[in-house]
Design a protein around this ligand. Structure first.
Ligand code: NAP
Length: 244
């Protein structure tokens, strides 16, 4: 399978890139050229892997990046977007700039990938996989900005799944709970925040990037060609399980 992964150098994206490179050809992207080169040249990654820098807040860069990906891979079967952000602030302390930045990296990126990725899947079908968040499913304090952006992704997924169904293009999302990655380092390294967060998760554990490999492999598998328009929780019970 020919797979594009954006946010490939982050916690979840890097783990997916390493695992998926075993049996697939990959084209990887993120903003930092050194991290991309380091990953592509790592001895732990498969041989059919290339990549380039991309800032997915820019439609122009998304278009160029996907053209490069298609040139390298020959065709594109799956696009996975692991770029995203986290902002924990109540609405009354959130600036317009922070709101705009959050929507650009989380929501505009997915729309841009649909917009410019469609043409590569139009003939033979394919799938898009985005990252929403448990914060869009359950009320968590100070998550107004990120939960509205991640909720927009889940809403986009149902509509895009409908729009592109006739092209045999599937669109799904995964909604993580708190996962130990560079994105959440400040929460995980602070005992008070970590204990508070652990108590919100039914399983009383934070997630690991490896927890996403089985579901991602399954969702992009052609044998899952009857799954579309879904946002699947991988969240240790954060969105729906109470254990105290
Ligand atoms: N970790 C969690 O607890 C958690 C919870 C809920 C949802 N999620 C979502 O899951 C996804 C993966 O999260 P993660 O924890 O793996 O994040 P992460 O460790 O921060 O990795 C994010 C990746 O995206 C890249 N990136 C960021 N902004 C970008 C941009 N504008 N253009 C292109 N690439 C960009 C980063 O590299 P550069 O900075 O070099 O570009 C990095 O490779 C995100 O959508 C996140 O919102 C995570």
């Amino acid at each position: 399978m020919n797979i594009v992964i954006i946010g490939a150098t982050g916690g979840i994206g890097k783990c997916l890139s390493l695992e998926l490179s075993e049996n697939n050809s990959l084209f990887l992207g993120s903003r930092n050229s050194d991290s991309i080169s380091e990953l592509i040249n790592s001895e732990d990654i498969g041989s059919s892997v290339s990549g380039s820098t991309v800032d997915v807040t820019s439609f122009n860069q998304i278009e160029n990046f996907l053209n490069q990906a298609n040139d390298y891979l020959g065709s594109i079967d799956t696009i996975i977007n692991c770029a995203g952000s986290l902002i924990l602030k109540p609405a009354h302390l959130t600036s317009e700039e922070e709101l705009e930045k959050t929507f650009k990296v989380n929501v505009f990126s997915c729309l841009g990938l649909l917009k410019y990725g469609f043409k590569f899947m139009r003939k033979n079908g394919g799938s898009f996989l985005f990252f929403s968040s448990a914060a869009s499913k359950v009320g968590l304090k100070n998550h107004e900005t990120i939960s509205s952006a991640k909720g927009a992704i889940s809403s986009m997924v149902v509509s895009a799944a409908s729009t592109y169904a006739r092209y045999n293009i599937r669109v799904n999302a995964i909604a993580p709970g708190l996962v130990d990655t560079p994105l959440t380092r400040s929460i995980i390294n602070n005992k008070l925040s970590l204990d508070y967060s652990l108590n919100l998760h039914g399983l009383k554990r934070v997630g690991k990037p490896e927890n996403f490999t089985p579901i991602v492999k399954s969702l992009i598998d052609v044998r899952s060609d009857w799954i579309t328009g879904q946002t699947i929780s991988v969240d240790g019970g954060l969105s729906n399980v109470k254990s105290m």
